[in-house]
Design a protein around this ligand. Structure first.
Ligand SMILES: [Zn+2]
Ligand SMILES: [Zn+2]
Length: 250
């Protein structure tokens, strides 16, 4: 026991440093490319007027977003560390042999996880928008009326906790191969960052077709930051469409 606690704390610290570094590196690169370098070819894909935000307030906002995001990494780290420790004990439904449930189950399980995570996100996000809860726990994220890549992890600690616990809970209920869990965690980060770039990054053909019809895009999520009362989903537009909260007009 005496050696287990320092080991767990060291492991948690390592995960915290990894998450923080990944956030700073990915958001930093995207911010530099899209907001500082601003390639001409990307100008038409911009979802907001950058020049309006190129002032002291903008940089002050980014500093605050980075502080909240690092705090989010501090909340995520022990949860991820605990999740990895429990997976190692074999007490979850995470399995290592890809043939255990058949190859077809691999993409199916990934989709089930994405759908359930999206469902959980939609309803908790809607709850976070009830006036009293919003002021206390979700305002931090919406201080960024015009999101930048730095906004992707900018949450109040309670929101970070709420968002971090769902996957570990599902791991006790629904079988998933370890590789699909890695893909899921990657997709979670990719969607989180991409949706806050402030640019429509998906190809125009995707925006005219299936992808935009069913999936959340930066355009969709930026409208959430502008209007507050629509577009609550994370990956899919399913719940927004079903509950009449889907808006695509700015
Ligand atoms: Zn919101
Ligand atoms: Zn957002």
């Amino acid at each position: 026991m005496l050696t287990v606690i320092p080991e767990f704390l060291t492991f948690t610290l390592l995960i915290f440093l990894t998450l923080s570094f990944r956030y700073l590196a990915v958001s930093g690169c995207l911010y530099w490319f899209l907001w500082v370098r601003r390639p001409q070819s990307w100008e038409k894909r911009r979802l907001q007027n950058i020049d309006k935000y190129k002032h002291d307030q903008h940089y002050k906002k980014i500093k605050t977003e980075i502080k909240w995001s690092i705090l989010s990494c501090l909340i995520f780290a022990p949860i991820v560390a605990l999740m990895m420790e429990i997976i190692e004990t074999g007490n979850t439904k995470v399995y290592l042999n890809p043939l255990e449930y058949g190859l077809l189950y691999l993409p199916i399980s990934l989709f089930i996880y994405l759908f359930l995570h999206d469902t959980y996100f939609y309803w908790t996000h809607l709850w976070l928008h009830t006036p009293q809860i919003y002021r206390r726990f979700h305002k931090v994220h919406h201080e960024s009326l015009n999101p930048t890549p730095w906004t992707s992890f900018c949450f109040d600690p309670l929101e970070s906790f709420l968002q971090a616990i769902i996957i570990p809970i599902l791991l006790f209920i629904i079988p998933i191969h370890i590789s699909m869990l890695v893909v899921l965690l990657m997709l979670m980060t990719i969607f989180g960052v991409i949706n806050h770039t402030g640019y429509e990054v998906y190809p125009r053909s995707w925006m005219r077709g299936f992808w935009n019809q069913y999936c959340i895009t930066p355009t969709h999520h930026t409208i959430h930051h502008h209007k507050f009362n629509c577009n609550y989903g994370l990956y899919f537009r399913f719940w927004d469409k079903l509950m009449n909260t889907d808006v695509m007009k700015k």
